[in-house]
Ligand binder design. Structure first.
Ligand SMILES: C[S@@+](CC[C@H](N)C(=O)[O-])C[C@H]1O[C@@H](n2cnc3c(N)ncnc32)[C@H](O)[C@@H]1O
Length: 188
């Protein structure tokens, strides 16, 4: 779920080998482009079109660290419904969590024992009520065998939609969601 490649850029600068996957060819192309800079280290990147629920090209316990940033259900649609495997096409939160659990299972399989898996996840609102999507997702990771090492709150600011939502929140009397959870899991 490499998206525009921010994680790949950081890995390259930090001299880490990275395997990037995404189901969207445009995202992979953006990642390739964003990696077109020179560094004085030996980091390597492999960029592969693949569904995160089924990364058969990765062996069991091959990976030292996972950082993933899935869609938050359909809050932002990454392929406008054009790619069937794109989890941002799922509106129903329970169905979305069922699919995320498959990702969790696959991440558990590929990660080495004792190593860490970080996932950035946000919450949402439905029918004016707060939906703790991040906690629902966290539970699915625990169900797959991970243990929770940290829950780091990331403040969100300067979002494109902030102006629109400030007005809506004042009119309809709700608080803006201005944070995401960076869960750090460990495979014991
Ligand atoms: C929140 S974005 C990632 C943004 C990224 N952190 C960045 O810096 O640009 C989520 C990404 O997950 C991808 N995605 C959705 N469903 C997927 C799946 N089943 N397997 C792999 N990638 C998927 C989308 O195409 C999208 O690029």
């Amino acid at each position: 779920m490499i998206g525009g490649g921010t994680t790949a850029i950081a890995a390259k600068i930090l001299n880490r080998h990275i395997t990037c996957v995404d189901v969207n060819e445009q995202a992979l192309e953006r990642t390739r482009k964003s990696l077109e800079f020179e560094v004085e280290n030996k980091s390597k990147q492999r960029i592969i079109k693949c569904d995160a629920r089924n990364m058969t090209f990765i062996k069991n316990e091959e990976i030292d660290f996972v950082l993933t940033h899935p869609p938050y259900a359909d809050i932002v649609k990454y392929s406008e419904g054009k790619i069937e495997e794109d989890l941002s096409g799922i509106h129903d939160l329970d169905k979305f969590c069922d699919e995320i659990e498959k990702v969790a299972s696959e991440l558990y399989r590929v990660l080495k024992k004792g190593k860490f898996c970080a996932i950035l996840m946000g919450d949402t609102r439905r029918n004016k009520m707060y939906q703790p999507l991040a906690f629902k997702v966290m539970e699915r990771f625990l169900k797959q065998g991970f243990v929770l090492k940290e829950d780091i709150i990331k403040r969100q600011h300067n979002c494109k939609a902030t102006g629109f939502w400030v007005k809506r929140s004042q009119e309809s009397n709700f608080l803006l969601i201005m944070h995401e959870h960076l869960f750090i899991f460990q495979k014991n």
